[in-house]
Design a protein around this ligand. Structure first.
Ligand code: ATP
Length: 464
């Protein structure tokens, strides 16, 4: 029996011996979930645990299992029972908020989240809060506001505004979206040679060599979905794609698209695409595609379903001409992306963006240090010590070293250039952030790798 099977067996036996022990049960169930053994977790809860114990915590654990599988309505059915004031069980509010968020009801998700943490600070979930746009900045401002409702709204719209000015639902900004003209090009992106080449072939050449494509009767179309650990340059590369061909760039975050569900308007989504069509050539970049496409069939609100279908129709260019639109998407969790998004003409090429290798790390460091005062830095030494660091992690190292230098210069009155040792010192406090992602991705690649979709992850992890 493998180590993991032995651990699971021991855990299971422990749970059976202490059926009322919630932390232990939760630990066992979450271990199964982390291994993507969803049906096993569901069966165990339904057939063994809940048969004996129907306390709310145990029921909510089953809701969590449903949630993780994308069975939103099943999860909602349990969660709602514990959210009304007469029967309130506060942890249910967090899961309720997540379900509302997934269904596109962002403002109610914010309300529920706040209701949960105001009564019990141990329920704070920083990652989810930031997804909701609840940041410390917002809290500060919200406290200073007169009415709670008003503060919620201003805090939220501020965050949305920060992400993309082309806010659907707001007629004026939908008419005048913030379409950028990025200055960075592929040369400003370290490494990623293969991904750059694929982008060239799939979406740049059809525009720059349109005649050639026409001569050979090859139709352009379809987009690329980039996936991989956070901070490895997916967004940066999308922006550089626009810069590379002097195209416009329109970044659409998940918050913006979900927000449209509140504004109930497929028309607004159409408007965003139309704005991009008017600004051709234009790279449209959709971030966090997983949240957009997750569990389409399970959406409770048919308005949400219509909107996602509208999104797919826009990608297909059913009623419009998509020539000159370059479609890029990104996700950290490709296994949650609805299959409908991957059909031909949509995100029909899925590319893995791995953490940079040593050579790429050296390039990234060089780019990051290009406009800084430096003294003969041994880039290959730093690159050699930063295995598993993402581009964003490397940027954090450089930023930290610069900050220290700056303080020193202010204190002594003598600015000195950055040296290798300064970066080595900064390295001590900055850990790589990609490992956690691989812990999850590995399981998906090993256990749900239909059609070899995640072979690149296995190759990267040297499991293939
Ligand atoms: P997430 O999945 O969290 O959205 P991401 O993969 O989109 O992350 P970016 O936001 O593009 O990552 O990267 C964060 C920052 O890290 C960039 O703005 C850039 O400064 C730096 N960076 C990341 N990768 C590279 C790279 N290959 N070359 C140069 N800079 C990079």
């Amino acid at each position: 029996m493998s180590d993991i099977e032995t651990t699971l067996k021991t855990l299971r036996e422990a749970v059976l011996l202490a059926p009322g022990n919630f932390p232990l049960t939760r630990h066992y169930v979450r271990t199964l979930l982390d291994l993507t053994r969803f049906s096993e977790a569901e069966r165990f809860l339904r057939e063994t645990v809940l048969e004996r114990n129907r306390e709310p915590d145990f029921q909510l654990l089953l809701a969590e299992v449903f949630y993780r599988q994308g069975k939103n309505s099943h999860a909602m059915a349990i969660v709602e029972t514990w959210c009304n004031p007469e029967n309130l069980h506060r942890p249910a509010l967090i899961l309720h908020a997540k379900l509302l968020f997934r269904n596109g009801d962002v403002s109610r998700a914010v309300q529920e989240y706040k209701r949960a943490v105001e009564g019990d600070e141990s329920l704070v979930d920083h990652e989810f809060a930031s997804l909701l746009g609840i940041t410390e900045w917002n809290e500060d401002h919200a406290e200073g506001s007169d009415s709670e409702g008003a503060s919620d709204e201003s805090a939220w719209s501020e965050v949305v505004d920060g992400k993309i000015r082309a806010l659907p639902g707001d007629e004026e900004s939908a008419e005048n979206p913030l379409i950028e003209r990025p200055k960075i090009k592929f040369d400003d992106v370290g490494g990623m040679d293969q991904v750059k080449e694929q982008i060239r072939v799939k979406i740049i050449y059809p525009i720059t060599h349109a005649d050639m494509f026409a001569a050979y009767g090859k139709k352009a179309g379809g987009g690329i979905l980039l996936y991989g650990p956070p901070g490895c340059g997916k967004t940066y590369l999308a922006r550089a794609t626009a810069g590379e061909i002097n195209a416009n760039f329109l970044s659409i975050g998940i918050n913006d698209v979900l927000d449209m569900w509140l504004g109930n308007s497929e028309r607004n989504l159409h408007q965003v695409f139309e704005n991009a069509r008017r600004s051709r050539p234009c790279v449209m970049f959709f971030d966090e595609v997983d949240a957009l496409g997750a569990s389409r069939s399970d959406m409770r609100q048919s308005a949400g379903r219509h909107l996602v279908n509208q999104f797919l129709a826009e990608l297909d260019g059913i009623d419009s001409d998509n020539e000159g639109l370059l479609i890029l998407g990104a996700t950290n969790t490709p296994w949650h992306v609805d299959g409908a998004f991957r059909r031909p003409g949509r995100f029909d090429r899925v590319l893995f963006v791995p953490p940079p290798d040593a050579k790429a790390r050296e390039e990234i460091l060089k780019i990051q240090l290009a406009d800084k005062p430096v003294d003969n830095i041994d880039l290959s030494k730093i690159a050699g010590k930063t295995n598993d660091y993402s581009g964003a992690d490397l940027k954090a190292v450089v930023d930290a070293a610069i900050e220290t230098k700056l303080h020193e210069a202010i204190r002594t009155g003598h600015p000195t250039p950055l040296k290798t040792n300064d970066l080595l010192t900064a390295l001590k406090t900055a850990r790589p952030t990609t490992r956690e992602w691989f812990a999850t991705a590995r399981n998906h690649a090993l256990y749900s790798n239909q059609g070899g979709t995640y072979d690149e992850i296995l190759e990267y992890l040297k499991l293939k």
